[in-house]
Design a protein around this ligand. Sequence first.
Ligand SMILES: [Ca+2]
Ligand SMILES: [Ca+2]
Length: 332
Amino acid sequence: MIYGRSVFHIVASLIILHSSGATKKGTEKQTTSETQKSVQCGTWTKHAEGGVFTSPNYPSKYPPDRECIYIIEAAPRQCIELHFDEKYSIEPSWECKFDHIEVRDGPFGFSPIIGRFCGQQNPPTIKSSGRFLWIKFFADGELESMGFSARYNFTPDPDFKDLGVLKPLPACEFETGGPEGIVESVQIVKEGKASASEAVDCKWYIRAPPRSKIYLRFLDYEMQNSNECKRNFVAVYDGSSAVQDLKAKFCSTVANDVMLRTGLGVIRLWADEGSRNSRFQMLFTSFQEPPCEGSTFFCHSNMCINSSLVCNGLQNCVYPWDENHCKDQTAS
Ligand SMILES: [Ca+2]
Ligand SMILES: [Ca+2]
């Protein structure tokens, strides 16, 4: 019999995971004590040579009421292999509804599921299709076991195997900030970060002034290999460049404007050697939330922008409030 199985929100040791929407998986008793609590488990791993992670206290019994998230990140054009040690035991249950390991093919809790595992038999070797694996270990409120130990290593992504030995990517980072500005892919060659034929993985760090957030508007966007996200994409991160802060990723024919929740935006362009005609140009505008202070301009869309951006020829608001009625002013 199973009683009082509860689910907790967990903060991993190295990354903050927003594991909202945790729900009771069992069907017997809905005695959910939705206690919020932090437990040190889970990790963010990208050691180049691979590594090992285990359930808490392994090979002793894991504690009850744990949810650990492990995210493994491979370098560009690498995949991940995950091997579980034979010394393995997780409380068995039908469909592994109670204690379990869940593995997903991607960086998120909503990435495609590879499998859910429990019982006495260690899972088979798991291979990712891309650069990330998302692994959750869940233990409910009673009946604990030894847990697991998993070893991961990186292998070349077969999608790129015809390219031979790949050169390391050039370092390519940019820093910018202020009330507004433009970040664009032409900076890569112009500022000598990479030649026009090298694969690039470039990041633009945009820092807004204190208490400000960032609005990003595409002025230009085109991927040379549309819908081939492994070859080229533009990604937007909100707060840091870590994968859990990924806000949007574009690799198709369209890219949408993005409103960030923080004052640190990271734009990332990935383009392989055959995708260096992929390009983007993006306008960033720093804004504060209303009520608008001092001489800031109210955009009518929950944005207060620097008054110097009014009638400057660039649309900084979501709708062009800042550029309306400008002819009157230049005429007078
Ligand atoms: Ca259990
Ligand atoms: Ca403007």
